[in-house]
Design a protein around this ligand. Structure first.
Ligand code: NAD
Length: 251
């Protein structure tokens, strides 16, 4: 259980949900972890729970000045990351809609955070890693960005498909610089992000029926693949999509 000893990881959106689970596991595997979230209270609680191997930085990933400042601040304190997980994201249930009904403002807010925010995180991660000789960048995709999983998920699906494409291009562009870029695709995972589904038995049953293993995912389900991709065991893995989704993307 010490596969990340000596590494520093920065995980966006790690105040709660999948990001918190991954950051906590990274620390258990010997890494130092930066909890990068727009919610300072959640980030502080995460640091308190993880202990001295963690520190927090408040950042809205959709604002480039904040993303650049966050990377500068952690580097100045000797916490420049070897591993960056671009995980923060939103899904605007009740606002995202079938395309003919979708407001431009909802489209823009989803793309600004999920796709532009991921772009900015990866951009500044790579700028930090290049002079240090490399690193591992991991993006959080979604089954709906592969298959399409809901008629109302127009903006969210497009943002995630964009992330999948961005990862492949960045992986090829920096493959000889020691920087690996991969995407993890979790299944429907029961966090606060998807409470609109999990609080409604019919909606929950419908989405679980799309998972061949017959159950919802948990944040812990995503930890193992993240540890692998962060570690040197994944030295030859780049540009790939790693589905940990109970088979959801095979349907
Ligand atoms: N839960 C699922 O079913 C599921 C499935 C596939 C992919 N994902 C993806 O996994 C990632 C994490 O999702 P989750 O379920 O843990 O969500 P969550 O809502 O539980 O946690 C998201 C975290 O991101 C933070 N965040 C949101 N916008 C931010 C911003 N602009 N800047 C910085 N931080 C921000 C939030 O404060 C929160 O701490 C997202 O990218 C999501 O799209 C989730």
């Amino acid at each position: 259980m010490a596969r990340l000893t000596g590494k520093t990881a920065l995980v966006t959106g790690s105040g709660t949900g999948i990001g918190l689970s991954v950051a906590t596991r990274f620390a258990a595997e010997g890494a130092r972890v930066v909890i990068a979230d727009r919610d300072p209270a959640a980030a502080s609680a995460a640091v308190a729970a993880i202990g001295e191997a963690a520190r927090a930085v408040t950042v809205d990933i959709s604002a480039e000045d904040q993303v650049a400042a966050a990377f500068d601040a952690v580097a100045a304190e000797g916490w420049a990351p070897d591993v960056v997980v671009a995980n923060a994201g939103v899904q605007l249930f009740g606002q995202d809609a079938k395309i003919a009904d979708l407001d431009l403002a909802v489209w823009r807010r989803t793309i600004d955070i999920n796709l532009t925010g991921t772009f900015l995180t990866v951009k500044h991660a790579i700028r930090t890693m290049l002079p240090r000789g490399g690193g591992s960048v991991i993006l959080t995709g979604s089954p709906t960005g592969v298959n399409g999983e809901g008629q109302d998920f127009t903006a969210y699906s497009a943002s995630k498909a964009g992330i999948h494409g961005l990862a492949r291009t960045a992986a090829a562009a920096y493959a000889t610089d020691g920087i690996r870029v991969n995407t993890v695709v979790p299944a429907y995972t029961e966090t606060s992000l998807v409470s609109t589904i999990s609080d409604d038995p019919a909606s929950r049953a419908a989405i679980v029926s799309r998972i061949p293993m017959g159950r919802a995912g948990t944040p812990a389900d995503v930890e193992g693949i993240m540890v692998f991709l962060a570690s040197d065991d994944a030295a030859f893995a780049t540009g790939a999509l790693f589905a940990v989704d109970g088979g959801m993307t095979t349907l």
